[in-house]
Structures are given as C-alpha cells and as structure tokens.
Design a protein around this ligand. Sequence first.
Ligand code: UDP
Ligand code: MG
Length: 309
Amino acid sequence: MKRLSGIVPCYNEEENIVDFYQEFMKNEAFFKEKEIELELWYINDGSRDCTASEVKKLVQKDSRVHLLSFSRNFGKEAAIYAGMEKAKGDYVVFLDADLQDPPSLLPEMYRYLEQGYDSVATRRVTRKGEPPVRSFFARIFYRMMKKISKTEIMDGARDYRLMTRQVVDAILSMPEYNRFSKGIFGWVGFETKWLEFENIERKKGETKWSFWKLFLYSLDGVTAFSTAPLAFAAFMGVLFCLAAFALIIFTIVRKAIFGDPTSGWPSLVCIISLISGVQLFCLGIVGQYLAKTYMEVKRRPIYLVKEEI
Ligand code: UDP
Ligand code: MG
C-alpha cells in the first residue's frame, strides 16, 4: 500500500480544521481504489486560538491525522518544510487550511502523476475577491521576477502542489533559512504539470498575510532567487562615474575656452544630494543581501517543535 500525505499549515484556523478534514477525506474512495492510503499532517504554526485542540479531537478519532505544533509562529514556509520532514508518504501535497486549495482537485492531480509527471502544481487564473492593490503589486512582482530571475516563478502560482517522494527529497536537500517555496519548486526542476483554477475565497476566518508581511516576503523572494539588484547597484555606480567624468571634461573645456569660473553652489547641492541618495540606496541593496547571508550563516533551525502527536 502506498501513502499520500497532506500537509496543512495552520495559523489561527480553528474554524477550518474540521471542514478541511471532511473535504480532504472525500478523496478516500478514489485513492483506496489506487491502493493509496491517506495521511494528514496539520502543522500548527504557533496559533493562539484553539487550532491545536481542534486537531487533537481529530487525532483521537482518526489515526491517520497528525499534529505538529511549533513553539511559536515561524511562518508558512517553515510549516511547509516541517511537514515535508514529517510526512512519510510516497506522495506529498500541500494545502491551505482555509479550503482555498480545493481538495476535490486531488484525483485529477494524481492522474497526472500516473502519466509520468513528477509534480502537479496549481495556479489561479483570477484574483477575484482580493483587494485590487494587492493584485496590482502581485502582478508587478511576478513580472519583475520573470525578468530578474533565472528560476521560473509562475504568476498566480499557489503552494498547492502534489509531488512524488523524489521531488520532496530534492526540496529537503535545500536547508536554506530564507525559504521562498515558489522559487524553490522551480529551482529543483522535474517534470511539472500546471493546473489552473478560478480563485476561491477563504471559507472562514481571515487572511494571515497583511500587505506589509507580503511585501517583506516578496523581498525574500527577490534576494533568494536573484542577484540582479546587486548588478543594478554596480550599474548605477558605473553610470554615475561616467556622468562625473563627462562633467569634469565639460568644466575643464569651458574654463579653457571661455575662461568661465565654475559657478553655482545650488547645482552642486543638488548633485551631492542626488548622488548620496543613490549611494545609500545601493548600500541598502548590498545590506539586504548581507543580512540574508548573516541569517543563513547563523544556521538557526527553521522551526522548533513544541508537540508532536
Ligand atoms: N499560515 C501559516 N503561518 C502564517 C501565515 C499563514 O501557517 O504565519 C497558513 C494559514 O493558516 C493558511 C495558509 O498558510 O492555511 C495560507 O494563509 P492565508 O489563507 O491567510 O493566506 P492567503 O490565502 O490570504 O494568501
Ligand atoms: Mg487563504
């Protein structure tokens, strides 16, 4: 008998635990026919509500359900990583607890694995129900990433993915601290089938991602999968050197031909503030990479476990 492990990161999702379980287990018959048993890992990412006790009730009723509680909120990326380490399945799938990743899609996804794909990924083609500002910046982010990163990062890609053990092991072999799964999935490669679906709004509770949190996450994505900003900093340096050089020539020639004394301190002030602004900006870019490197070098664990059932 083979096994399929569902990994569900949960952060304050008490209302969704049972609903999700029921939806997920609706696939039981389909997978039984294929001689695959289901297993479910709820990764409790430091929830402050009754998420843990809701899962414990399920664990008592059904031995296929497991709970892993973190010592605090480590973020969804850490939860996904922990789930992969714990899951025993020959196939692994990540799903959101809020049912925005419809478990009813699983049989279709599995059929593609049967056809020989290593992983089946999903993307939403619409963003209906999402604040327009958020969609706008998300679009810009994906368009920019396409240009500055060699790793394929699909617009609208969700973390909802079904993959074989081989792919899971490949991802686990990347123990980096700053995790950006959308990039990691692309980086490991393998034959991936993309399924598309319309955005589904969250069933209960509310989103855990504020605009600010998403913004920082997008910076993680950029620094983790592109060094283009560093090249940009170098490019700006060269550009300003050239401009300065041209200005020097211009000033010398003007002095030689017209005997003009160099005049005007307002222009000087403008130039100095512009250039120091650019310098600080570029220094900031370098600082971002340095900070990420610093965090990596510390080799802190990605998550800490409080309880495992
Ligand atoms: N999540 C998590 N840790 C966090 C934030 C979110 O484990 O720090 C989980 C959350 O419980 C949910 C999934 O990640 O199962 C997606 O979060 P959410 O639905 O809030 O994001 P959205 O769908 O709005 O992008
Ligand atoms: Mg959601």
